[in-house]
Ligand binder design. Structure first.
Ligand SMILES: [Zn+2]
Length: 230
């Protein structure tokens, strides 16, 4: 049995996306991953489905960089690492494997800490991010993320309120963000340009993302240093 835990975040996503965006993406990716595997060439889809269980999502993560904006609810890296570690220990009493599907880049350090610890304890845990190869000028509530939401949850996107945010490459804005968070570089909280987003682009990105994650899941090769599936 593989237990799949979606881990998201609750944080500002500009004026056009809901704060739970990262959690919604992680939940959708976890579901799609399992469905695609189960719909593959297996003798008995019912039996294959019984090999996976998708757990309720962890909807809060490490979002300190967004704290200047209302709507952000963060538990920070240390607390998130502890929570994931304890959930992993609990789940591993009945599941053979734990796969964490991550929806928020800020959670990576906590996942690295928790999953390497779980693996050190002899538990078969790993994580992957539900993102496609990233464009460093479009990292938060921009073209890609808004397109994915238009594909998956169009009713939750308000394109009339979408505004172009900061589109400088991440490496240029990182020093300012380390000092003052996202607010220091983007008054709307957006890093990227959501005004060019579309549902069609979201569908294209979604299929790439799920295919990539599925290949990583089948290969199951967690990195020694971080426990991430590649
Ligand atoms: Zn997001």
């Amino acid at each position: 049995m593989v237990a799949v835990l979606p881990v998201g975040a609750t944080e500002q996503h500009g004026l056009h996306l809901p704060p739970e965006t990262d959690t919604l993406l992680a939940v959708a990716a976890a579901g799609a991953l399992v469905d695609e595997l189960v719909d593959g060439p297996v003798d008995d889809p019912g039996e294959a489905r019984a090999c996976f269980t998708v757990l309720a999502a962890l909807a809060f993560g490490a979002s300190g960089e967004h704290q200047a904006f209302p709507g952000t609810v963060s538990m920070g890296t240390e607390a998130l690492a502890s929570v994931v570690l304890e959930l992993g220990r609990s789940v591993s009493t009945w599941a053979d494997r734990l796969l964490i599907v991550n929806g928020h880049g800020g959670n990576v350090e906590a996942l690295r800490l928790a999953v390497t610890r779980l693996r050190y304890e002899g538990r078969d845990a790993a994580w992957l991010s539900c993102r496609t190869a990233e464009d460093s000028t479009d990292t938060h509530a921009g073209h890609a993320e808004t397109s994915l939401m238009l594909h998956l949850h169009p009713d939750l996107v308000d394109m009339e309120r979408a505004e172009k945010g900061c589109t400088a490459p991440l490496r240029e804005i990182l020093p300012a963000m380390r000092e003052g968070g996202v607010a220091a570089v983007s008054p709307t909280g957006v890093l990227g340009d959501p005004t060019t987003a579309s549902g069609g682009e979201g569908a294209r990105l979604w299929h790439l993302l799920v295919a990539e994650a599925r290949a990583s899941l089948i290969a199951w090769n967690p990195g020694d240093a971080d426990g991430m599936l590649r």
